[in-house]
Design a protein around this ligand. Structure first.
Ligand code: SF4
Length: 363
């Protein structure tokens, strides 16, 4: 359990008056608490542990709800990111946060109630737009939910809005508070999946594949819509057989008719992440492939490898069910055509496709 791994709480000036700070303190009884003036300036990339055993409460000064920055060079999905905090108690070798985050600790924004009120105002001003909102970009959506109880605040707020879907994305089985909630409509619980080998060797602290799928099945049986994300796909020895094991397990556990979408993305990284991965995860296999620099400056697999990965997963998934809302994350028109057999052409096209999935499932 991630909450048993937390060894310290630090509270930044101005954070303690908010109700989320009280929730965190209540859920971590006996953990030492320290008041601090300013956040540590140490770069996470030089701290091997990245401060993952400390929860740092702070008031967030920025906007909580923002469009995903995406990139002009590739087709993006038009997602909205709800920032609840940054950093993650899990420790995937390929995690972009290792290079991206320049502050240590699991940073939790204590002024969430105020941030959500702002976000909802924006959503309600644009009733004609469908807001596909996710919280799992800068942290895992559910890993510290037993501590923060984020889901208890988010579900009632978003489940009742007709122009929203909220997606909670995780590699854990922390679904207890979801299952006790009365809210199901317009909520998508999603799991990041990978091959059994990658889950075991590259996704440290995450739950294993079976535990994730057991939790997914439980959520589906309790009336939640599911999503899945194969991102990052990693080319590793025997990858076809390895991914087939995961796809077979999915078929055993999940009813495909209750799946809104499944995304596929291949491993990509800014060059600066490479030495950090080498230092923090010397045994990793994720850097072993043949990479080229993409149009956005990120290293990605040589195009034929990406097409091979996507085509294989798509074909295998389509044998399971023909209507799974498959899409590629950050890929070009050409790669779409050659691996999926069609292309949404651009970001607007992909947004429309995903909005149609929302309308189909939730109306
Ligand atoms: S679950 Fe996501 S955010 Fe957490 S360590 Fe893994 S890749 Fe990073």
């Amino acid at each position: 359990m991630p909450d048993s791994l937390i060894k310290m709480i630090t509270i930044e000036e101005g954070a303690s008056g908010y109700d989320l700070a009280k929730t965190v303190l209540e859920n971590l009884p006996g953990i030492p608490v320290q008041e601090v003036k300013a956040p540590g300036k140490k770069s996470a990339s030089t701290d091997t542990a990245m401060g993952k055993k400390t929860i740092h409460l702070l008031p967030y000064k920025g906007e909580f709800l923002k469009p995903c920055p995406g990139t002009r060079e590739y087709i993006c999905c038009g997602y909205q990111i709800l920032n609840l905090g940054t950093n993650c108690p899990l420790d995937c070798s390929y995690c972009i946060l290792q290079a991206y985050i320049n502050q240590p600790h699991l940073r939790v924004f204590s002024n969430l109630t105020e941030g959500l009120a702002q976000a909802v105002q924006r959503i309600d001003r644009q009733p004609e737009q469908i807001f596909r909102i996710g919280t799992g970009e800068l942290t895992d959506s559910l890993a510290i939910d037993p501590i923060t109880r984020w889901s208890e605040r988010l579900l009632p707020l978003f489940s009742t809005r007709k122009n929203v879907v909220l997606e909670l994305k995780t590699k854990t089985n922390q679904v207890k508070s979801l299952l006790t909630s009365n809210y199901r409509d317009r909520i998508i619980i999603s799991w990041s999946l990978n091959s059994p080998f990658i889950c075991l060797h590259e996704e440290k602290m995450a739950n294993g594949l079976k535990k994730r799928l057991e939790a997914a099945r439980q959520c589906q049986m309790e009336g939640f819509t599911l999503g899945f994300h194969f991102d990052p796909l990693v080319q590793h020895p025997g990858w076809k057989d390895e991914y087939l094991k995961t796809l077979d397990l999915m078929a055993d556990y999940i009813d495909p008719k209750g799946v809104i979408w499944i995304s596929l993305g291949s491993f990509r990284f800014m060059p600066g992440l490479k030495p950090i991965i080498r230092r923090r995860h010397p045994q990793t296999c994720v850097l072993d492939g043949e990479f080229v620099t993409g149009l956005d400056g990120k290293m990605r697999y040589f195009k034929p490898i990406r097409i091979d990965l996507y085509s294989y997963i798509r074909e295998t998934l389509e044998k399971w069910h023909s209507d799974l809302g498959l899409y590629l994350c950050m890929e070009s028109d050409d790669v779409w055509q050659r691996s999926m057999g069609w292309s949404p052409n651009n970001t607007t096209g992909l947004s429309r496709y995903l909005d149609r999935r929302v309308l189909k499932i939730f109306g």
